[in-house]
Design a binder for this molecule. Sequence first.
Ligand code: PMP
Length: 404
Amino acid sequence: MTTLADARPLDRLADFPAIPPGWAYLDTAATAQKPRAVIDAITRAYDTTYATVHRGVYQRSADMTLAYEAARRRVAGFIGAASPDECVFVRGATEGINLVAQSWAGTQLKAGDRILLSQLEHHSNIVPWQLIAERVGAAIDVVPLTPDHAIDLDAMAAMLTPAHKLVALAHVSNVTGAVLDARRAADLAHGVGAKLLLDGCQAVPRLSVDVAALDCDFYVFSAHKLYGPTGIGVLWGRGELLAGMPPYQGGGAMIDKVSFAGTTYAPPPARFEAGTPHIVGVLGLHAAIDYVEAIGLGAIHAHESALVTQTREALSSLNSVRLFGPADSAGIVSFMVEGVHPHDVGTILDEGRVAIRAGHHCAQPLMEALGVPATARASFGVYNGPRDVAALVEGIERVTRIFG
Ligand code: PMP
């Protein structure tokens, strides 16, 4: 049995200026705090090297373009993409999924086709598919969950038909922390000729991701959950799929030639990056990848898993606490205190300087499956340690005392 003292010796709290002493930040699944290295990269860019990209003939702009494209190469290496051209900078996972839905599904799907999602998806991996399904006349099927709230791939195997053209699943659930066997999901999807999109928002900050090994077709994530800035994220797509996709938005930088007789488009990734991009955000993402890779995703995963195990063991010893998700969840623990609304749990914890998330976590269909209106959720990052678990457990004990 693990004890609080067993946490891996990975505690990078000192790297994070926005976490004051004594504050247990347990909401990394919503957004990660930023290390000094990322803040410095952003400040340096605005302070000293700032200029536009892909347009200027002057040296400063050429240098910034090199830095911007170096970040794209860094992203490609980080997720195992075959080429940087397969990595499209988007505003975040939400925009990445909408891009695939509108551009790929909007042209590839027709009436009668089917899309397969799971019961635990984030709204951003549900609503874009509903919008496009309605437009093209496709139908959506929903894979149920296992008893411990992971996606049931046996059920998925039984559901898939040749009418399914796309499967879109969370690599790691933002509520239960369940880790998908993504390779098996890819094999199952490909077995009926469907493409697989993975929502990697919660996976990329806590698992080593290699899109080639996963054999998926699209992968999306947001930089802000990976210790990087908000407003920037990545859509990775197989080169041949991106090459066949029409633009998602029109504007500057995504064209080959514009005339009123007809406009032609740049090849990917430029085709999907209309307008002046979030230049400094991209540099911040580069710094964030450098930061997590210097620690090592293996070490991060082991560290968070130890904290999850400690949390689950401590909370399960309290009679009034109901835990959701599998025991080996990645970095995230969702729970209920019997008879207490999660918002009250969150408020009382906040009084003890413990920040958790309480609510439906943008996963209302999952709440329905769990039979609860909301859950309390603690999620970990590289700055957390056993003291945060202890503060959480102490706070929950206080909740149970207050509510009798
Ligand atoms: N999918 C998952 C699993 C998430 O956790 C989130 C963020 N909560 C999103 C998608 C959406 O990410 P963003 O809001 O950064 O676009």
